[in-house]
Design a protein around this ligand. Sequence first.
Ligand SMILES: Cc1cc2nc3c(=O)[nH]c(=O)nc-3n(C[C@H](O)[C@H](O)[C@H](O)COP(=O)(O)OP(=O)(O)OC[C@H]3O[C@@H](n4cnc5c(N)ncnc54)[C@H](O)[C@@H]3O)c2cc1C
Length: 374
Amino acid sequence: MGCNGAEFLRGREFMGDAPDVLIVGGGVIGCALAYDLAASGLDVTVLEQERVGAGVSYGAGGMLAPQIEFAQGGPGLEWGMRSLTLYQEWDEAIRQRIGFGLDLDLSGIVRVTNTPNAWGPSDPFIRRHTQMGYVVKRLDASTIREWAPQIHPAITSGIWVVGGQVDAYRATRMMAQAAVSHNALIRSGVMVTGIEDGCVMTTAGRLCAQMVIVATGAWLPHLVDVPLKPVKGQRLLVALPQLLARVPIFGDNIYVVPKASGQYFLGATTEPEAGYDQNPTLEALMDLGTAAVGLFPELRHASVIEPWAGLRPVLPGELPLIARVPRYERVLAVGGHYRHGFLLAPITARIVRDWMVSNAPLPPDFSYQRFETA
Ligand SMILES: Cc1cc2nc3c(=O)[nH]c(=O)nc-3n(C[C@H](O)[C@H](O)[C@H](O)COP(=O)(O)OP(=O)(O)OC[C@H]3O[C@@H](n4cnc5c(N)ncnc54)[C@H](O)[C@@H]3O)c2cc1C
C-alpha cells in the first residue's frame, strides 16, 4: 500500500523550497483543502488555470441540504451531517482570521409539494430520518408561510429539515483568502498539463511537492484515470424586492434559494448527455422560469440578473473520490462531488488533513476500490 500521508512529510527537508502540498484546481474543493492544510501548518501552493472559483463553484446554489440530497440515508448523509458541523467551526475561525466569514446561514431547508396531505405519519422519509435521529418537522399551510410568505396558495404540505446555505462564489474565495492568511500561495493562470509521481508539468514549468492533490472538478479525467463524467446544470439568478422565502425552498421540480443580496437562485437542470458544453440554453431557462413562477407567482415580475451553466463532476455511486491514484505514491485525487461539493467541502478537507497530519486512514466510502467492485 506504500506510505500514508503523514509519512511523506518526514522527507520534507530533502525537498528544498518545494511546498509540502501542490493542489491543482482552485474550486471550492481545492480552496477548502488549501485552507485546512495551511491552517495545520503545511506549506501549500494552489495551481489554478483561470482564477479561484472559475469552475462550477462559481454559480452553485451553495445549499447545505444533507437530508434532501441523501434522502435514502447512507454514508453521504452521515458525512454531510459531519460537514455541516464543521461549517460552523470554519465560519467562526475564518471570520476571526480574516474579518469575514463564509456568510453561513443554517436556518434550515424547506421541502414542499403540490400533493395535498403528503408526509403523513407513515411517510417513509419521515420514518427513516426520525429513526436515524435526524430532525424532520411537518409543516402545514400556515407554518409553510412563516418560511415562505409568498408561496403559491395551493401549496399546503411541507417539511422542514436541518441545513442551510452559503454564497457559493464568496465562500470559495473566503476559503482561499483564509488559506493565504496561513501562508498558502495561490497561483492563478497556471494550467497543469501532466502529472508525474509528486510532480506536475505546468504552463509555468515543472513543479514538485511531497504530495500532489488533483482537485480539478469535472476536468479530473484530463489528468488522472477516473470514471468521472461532467453533468451540466443550468440556473437562473433573478432579483425581486419582495421577500419570497427565508430559507431555500425545494418544490417538486424546482428549487428557489433566497440570497442575502436580495436575489433568488432558481435551479437547476441535470443534463448528463451535454458533455463539456457550458452554454445556457433558452429552453432550459424558460423551463426553470415557468417552474419557479409556478411555486412563487410573484417571480414573474423578477429581473433577470444572470443565466449560467456549469459542470458537476459525477462518479459512479455519486460519492466523491478521496484516494491515492493507483501507480503513484504521491498523487491524491479529490473530486467527483457532484451536487454536494459545497456541502462536503469541509469534511473532504478534514479527511485529507487527518490523513496527511495525523496518519488517519482514508475512508473506504471514497476509495478507488468501489469502482472495481461496482
Ligand atoms: C446549477 C448547480 C447548482 C449547484 N448547487 C449546489 C448546492 O446548492 N450545494 C452543493 O453542495 N453543491 C452544488 N452544486 C455542485 C457544486 O457546484 C460542485 O460539487 C462543486 O462546486 C465542485 O467543486 P470542485 O472544486 O470540485 O470543482 P470546480 O469548482 O469546477 O473547480 C475545479 C477547478 O479546477 C480548475 N482546473 C481544471 N483543470 C485544471 C488544470 N489542468 N490546471 C489547473 N487548474 C485546473 C478549474 O479552472 C476550476 O477552477 C451545484 C452545481 C450546479 C451546476
